[in-house]
Design a protein around this ligand. Structure first.
Ligand SMILES: [Zn+2]
Length: 350
């Protein structure tokens, strides 16, 4: 049995779900039936022999990894293996990665490490050279559509549209079908795009896009932040004497981490809008009717019939650059503004 595995795949390819399913298969008496309590608890991280390190947007810090490493030395309690799944290994700080390296280099007898990251390059070479690598492909639109039909009972037309506009991201495709706010947000962001008629309205539109991204990101975090803070406060409470020593610092750290997560989610939201725009421009470029946004046929034919394909291609290049810059710490509002000003002549058709 290989003691360290590395699951890679683009966002939405299901790399951490694959790792959790593998963990379940290792602790299940029937090699992963998917139904027994071992399988179910392994996948949600409550199985005594399966630990899932989930950081969702917060960089994985060295203390956390040290604790995980020291716990990994324990033997398995009810199954053959003790499994540690680390989602988003790419978010590990360098010091944390080095602490993990020691554990992966000198494996404990029963411990299996399942690491997840978007690409091999996101993991330091010394770790990846010690792991067996499994790469997940982005599923095709047809595969996603059939999954949506089977798992959600969606009808053919809705499933196909959701599969195409999600661009291979299963979570987004599901969200689009199940959560009306996804559809409303997409509709709104295209409305904003098509209403750009002047430089002034492009600037206002950029501000609106960033504002909506902030609102959506906050909506996604507020409840979770409150629960986290309440739980931590309760854990740090020492009878009637207030917080235990170090408690105030722990609360401050949590607050800082929550802010970091919000920042990342805002970026994700803006990028989601830009990705929608990218699929739209691609549809405009091909010229023979929409292949992705079938619900925007009218706008696509308007833009593609009133503009040269060279101009549309230029806007798409600009958009791709914008998305790359967004991943760095560049000013979001200025980036969105600059793309929308490039889109303006297309919308006017000159
Ligand atoms: Zn099972």
């Amino acid at each position: 049995m290989t003691h360290a595995w590395l699951f890679t795949g683009p966002p939405g390819s299901g790399r951490s779900n694959a790792a959790k399913a593998f963990a379940a298969a290792l602790v299940c008496n029937e090699s992963g039936c998917g139904e027994c309590s071992d399988c179910i608890t392994a996948q949600v991280g409550t199985h005594p022999d399966v630990e899932i390190v989930d950081v969702s947007g917060i960089s994985i810090k060295i203390d956390e990894i040290r604790e995980v490493v020291s716990r990994s030395a324990w033997g398995a309690s009810i199954s053959k293996w003790r499994i540690v799944v680390i989602e988003d290994c790419d978010r590990m700080t360098e010091a944390a990665a080095n602490a993990l390296l020691k554990a992966v280099e000198e494996p404990g007898g029963q411990t299996i490490w399942l690491l997840c990251a978007p690409t091999l390059q996101d993991v330091i070479p010394t770790i990846r050279s010690r792991c067996r690598h499994l790469n997940l492909k982005t599923p095709s639109a047809a595969e996603i559509a059939s999954f949506l039909r089977d798992s959600l009972g969606a009808n053919q037309e809705d499933a196909e549209l959701a599969a195409r506009i999600s661009q291979g991201h299963i979570g987004k495709a599901r969200g689009y079908l199940k959560d009306p706010s996804f559809q409303a947000a997409r509709k709104k962001s295209f409305e904003i795009l098509f209403n750009i008629k002047s430089e002034g309205s492009a600037i206002l539109a950029a501000a609106k896009i960033v504002e909506l991204a902030n609102e959506r990101a906050e909506l996604r975090t507020t409840e979770r932040n409150e629960i986290e803070s309440e739980e931590l406060k309760a854990a740090l409470q020492s009878g009637s004497r207030g917080l235990v020593s170090g408690g105030a610092k722990a609360l401050k750290d949590l607050e800082r981490d929550q802010k970091a997560r919000l920042t990342r989610l805002i970026k994700d939201e803006i990028d989601g809008v830009l990705l929608d725009y990218a699929t739209f421009l691609r549809d405009c470029l091909t010229g023979d009717g929409p292949s992705i946004n079938t619900d925007l046929e009218e706008e696509i034919s308007r833009i593609s019939s009133t503009n040269k394909s060279g101009q549309i291609a230029e806007a798409l290049v600009k958009l791709n650059q914008t998305r790359e810059l967004l991943a760095t710490n560049a000013a979001q509002l200025l980036l969105v503004e600059s793309f929308l000003l490039h889109f303006l002549p297309l919308n006017r058709g000159n």
